[in-house]
Ligand binder design. Structure first.
Ligand code: DX5
Ligand code: ZN
Length: 229
């Protein structure tokens, strides 16, 4: 079921030059991407600080692409409204970051955004069973969140496959997103497992030609879809 949905690459601007984010976005627009992934870190939920609401506001002015805002912050419920008003189209909160995941998901939807939940590498997929019918996407972390440029953790493949199986068992509609260590060598395995949105930072923006890097991963993803069982 849903095995032939298109797979898309979502470039993560965490790996781009923060003094020239507009240029970075224009570079990947040329590859036909539809999503830009924005990593928000608070220095508490993860041991790093990145960008916040003002940057999302600026990105909103710079592009019509969908802004996929990944909240790696504690108390996400306090900030959903601000990110939605700043122009986010998709907002993802971590399962580990709030005791009120259901409330956050509905809050995101009430603000007119697509709602997602994310899980860290050590968090089982089974913790999401009761929220799956209410989400538009599930983000599987394939590195420990907080930094770009880390190595892919293969446990993500099992989680992606489990989510795909649960989606079919419970007749849900969410898309499966994977984030961390995605590059030409890891694209085929995550796509075969069932991933549909591939977040990629380093492998896109730390290359001389980000658009070419995206196109190459999209080509690898299209080949791997044919091998999906
Ligand atoms: C990590 C972030 C990722 C990060 C991925 O905590 O959630 O989105 O940008 O970076 P790469 O693709 O370099 O692993
Ligand atoms: Zn991310």
């Amino acid at each position: 079921m849903q095995s032939n949905h298109p797979v898309e690459v979502a470039p993560s601007i965490l790996a781009a030059d923060f003094s020239a984010l507009g240029d970075a976005i224009r570079a990947v627009e040329r590859a036909g991407v539809k999503l830009i992934h924005v990593d928000v870190m608070d220095g508490h939920f993860v041991p790093n600080i990145s960008v916040g609401v003002p940057v999302v506001e600026s990105l909103r002015k710079a592009t019509r692409l969908l802004l996929d805002v990944h909240l790696m912050i504690e108390n996400p419920e306090q900030y959903v409204g601000a990110f939605a008003e700043a122009g986010a189209n998709m907002i993802t909160a971590h399962q580990e970051a709030t005791p009120h995941l259901n409330r956050v998901v509905h809050q995101i939807r009430e603000h007119g955004c697509r709602a997602g939940v994310a899980i860290n590498p050590a968090t089982p997929v089974s913790t999401l069973t009761d929220i799956l019918p209410d989400v538009d996407h599930v983000l599987v972390m394939s590195v420990n969140p907080g930094f770009g440029g880390q190595h892919f953790l293969p446990i993500a493949n099992e989680k992606i496959a489990q989510l795909r199986e649960m989606r079919s068992r419970y007749t849900c509609n969410f898309r499966i997103e994977v984030d961390g260590g995605i590059a030409p060598d890891t694209v085929p395995q995550v796509v075969r497992a069932g991933a549909q949105i591939l977040v990629a930072g380093t492998s896109v923006f730390h290359t001389p030609d980000p658009a070419a890097a995206v196109l190459e991963m999209q080509r690898l993803a299209a080949d791997a879809i044919l091998e999906r069982v």
